[in-house]
Design a protein around this ligand. Structure first.
Ligand SMILES: NC(=O)c1ccc[n+]([C@@H]2O[C@H](COP(=O)([O-])OP(=O)(O)OC[C@H]3O[C@@H](n4cnc5c(N)ncnc54)[C@H](O)[C@@H]3O)[C@@H](O)[C@H]2O)c1
Ligand SMILES: [Zn+2]
Ligand SMILES: [Zn+2]
Length: 340
């Protein structure tokens, strides 16, 4: 069957992969929609591992339910893409997101488990969640990034009335801003280098104000908050963004680092020390948070459809990555339909 493979630095090719065969512990799905994620872009940027079939955010239809007696052919599902061992102390406490095995065989992020940039795939049966009929395929493909935002928000522990800054207006940043408002923040700002994405954060009503991250925003922060933000959520993962997150936080405040950097970065630790900041990392989500996002969508408590900018074919994956990294396009989330 057709698929998209990573073949080099910032290079994909439409290619062929064998259809998945029944595998113990796995179910098989026909992929309906797959999301392109900021994390996928890091893999594309470095071009490794070659042969990787990306796609860890998806909606699919069960074609083989494996051992899952509660599932049948035709059921619509999504899944956590991760591969926790379920035996270590983290897994036994429900913190599967920091199990050492979690990313080793992750679907769409490892060579062993090809992802959703293909019409069919195998997924670990214990990670699969059935979705209700009243959410669209597109929304189902948005569950994974929404759960990332929700996990960061849970760690941020926002209090009603807090002022919150989100650095980076990609999907993770915008979902985080959306949840910050829901948590009762009195003021939510988004800082962005891409003017079109910044405007989108205002148009989609997830930000009260946007800052141009290409400029020095410190005077505006003082004007808007007096002594800095109570909570800053960093959703870019580069050193400039992490530094600005630390500098924008008020003494005693909290910084949540959601952005991922593949290389070590330097931060002004003196500001962390002198302002007694709490700096937390946030990775993935728990299974409960994943299920919670499905419920929030089904009960129409959140609208994530508004973040979807386009739905493209496998042939258009390469140009979509170029578009998402151009810095001058307003697209937020691009979905791929492998049957288009
Ligand atoms: N921790 C996790 O579990 C987890 C999960 C998913 C994604 N991520 C990471 O979160 C980050 C965001 O993901 P995304 O899908 O939204 O990515 P994205 O690339 O779409 O968004 C990042 C945005 O940050 C902006 N930006 C870059 N430098 C900036 C700066 N200095 N100040 C302000 N804005 C800046 C970019 O213009 C872009 O719009 C990525 O690093 C991704 O790998 C982490
Ligand atoms: Zn993702
Ligand atoms: Zn484990």
């Amino acid at each position: 069957m057709k698929c998209v493979k990573l073949i080099g630095k910032r290079q994909f090719a439409v290619s062929e992969i064998e259809e998945p065969t029944p595998q113990e512990g796995y179910v098989t799905i026909a992929v309906k929609k797959a999301g392109i994620c900021g994390s996928d872009i890091h893999y594309w940027d470095i071009g490794e591992p070659k042969g990787l079939v990306l796609g860890h955010e998806y909606c699919g239809i069960i074609t083989n339910p494996g051992n899952r007696e509660d599932l049948k052919v035709g059921d619509r599902v999504t899944a956590l893409p991760i591969s926790p061992c379920m035996k270590c102390s983290a897994c036994l406490k429900g913190n599967i997101q920091y199990c050492k095995e979690t990313w080793t065989y992750a679907t769409g992020l490892s060579l062993t488990n090809p992802g959703a940039l293909a019409p069919q795939m195998n997924i670990r049966e214990d990670m699969v969640l059935k979705v209700p009929d009243n959410i669209t395929d597109e929304e189902v493909a948005m569950v994974e990034p929404t759960a990332v935002g929700l996990h960061g928000i849970h760690l941020a522990d926002i209090k009603v009335g807090d002022k919150v800054l989100v650095i980076g207006g990609g999907i993770i940043g915008l979902v985080s801003a959306m949840f910050a408002k829901k948590e009762g923040a009195s003021f939510v700002a988004v800082s962005e280098t891409n003017d079109l994405r910044a405007q989108k954060a205002l148009d989609l009503e997830v930000a009260d104000k946007v800052y141009d991250a290409k400029t020095d925003i410190s005077a505006q922060i003082i004007e808007d908050t007096h002594d800095g933000f109570d909570v800053v959520i960093e959703c870019c993962g580069n050193d400039k963004a992490v530094t600005s997150a630390i500098l924008a936080t008020k003494p005693g405040g909290t910084v949540v680092l959601v952005g991922v950097s593949m290389v070590p970065i330097t931060i002004p630790t003196v500001s962390v020390v002198m302002s007694e900041l709490t700096v937390k990392g946030a990775i993935g989500y728990t299974k409960e948070e994943f299920a919670m996002c499905i419920e929030l969508m089904a009960n129409q408590k959140i609208d994530t459809k508004k973040f979807i900018s386009d739905i493209v074919s496998l042939e258009d994956v390469q140009s979509s990555y170029e578009r998402l990294t151009s810095g001058n396009d307003d697209a937020i989330k691009i979905l791929v339909d492998p049957n288009k």
